[in-house]
Design a protein around this ligand. Structure first.
Ligand code: COA
Length: 159
């Protein structure tokens, strides 16, 4: 059974992340999408909110599990019996960061491989920080996030 971990901060999950997740779920037997608890980034939503929004957004994907983790991604993957780390690439600008991350992980445990999926062009411009900025300035986030996320965020921030 090929298990892949899709790690990230998902603050919040976007349509671009969901696109990567859906393709990953077609390729691998099981995908665990996991929110990193100790990401260096300052949190906008709590970890519990992010996990819950991911759960709602991927309810249609039967071989996807949603979780969060502390510590190194590679240790979490090993603990879950996963041999693949799944990451999305939107543009060349993602490449350098992703290459470094994947090489760090490979140096830590060469048995766990990173697989990159190219995001659909229509989602290339999306990032979680642009969603946050648009939302907090009263803009429309329909094109950026799954419906469930839009409803939650607009209610929370009273748009
Ligand atoms: N669609 C939309 N947005 C995407 C995307 C896609 N397909 N792919 C990446 N992004 C965006 C995200 O929205 C996010 O945007 P933001 O910076 O505006 O918030 C950005 O790209 C990167 O986010 P994400 O994919 O969630 O990754 P990350 O850089 O926040 O998280 C971890 C990286 C959590 C996987 C990494 O830090 C990690 O593994 N941490 C645990 C500790 C560890 O093991 N470190 C490695 C050893 S050095």
């Amino acid at each position: 059974m090929k298990i892949a971990i899709y790690p990230g901060s998902f603050d919040p999950i976007t349509k671009g992340h969901l696109d990567v997740l859906e393709t990953g779920a077609e390729i691998f037997d099981k995908v665990i999408i996991a929110v990193a608890r100790n990401s260096e980034k300052h949190g906008f939503l709590t970890i519990e909110e992010r996990v819950d929004l991911i759960r709602q957004s991927c309810a249609h994907l039967k071989n996807v599990e949603v979780d969060s983790f502390n510590g190194l991604t590679i240790d979490y993957a090993q603990q879950k019996g996963a041999t693949i780390l799944l990451r999305g690439l939107r543009a060349v600008s993602d490449f350098e960061y992703e290459m470094q991350l994947s090489q760090n992980n490979s140096a830590l445990n060469h048995n766990i491989k990173t697989v990159f999926l190219i995001t659909k062009p229509k989602y290339n411009f999306i990032s979680s920080s642009s969603v946050r900025e648009i939302l907090l300035n009263g803009g429309d986030i329909t094109k950026f996030v799954p419906e469930e996320v839009k409803i939650y965020l607009e209610k929370k921030y009273k748009c």
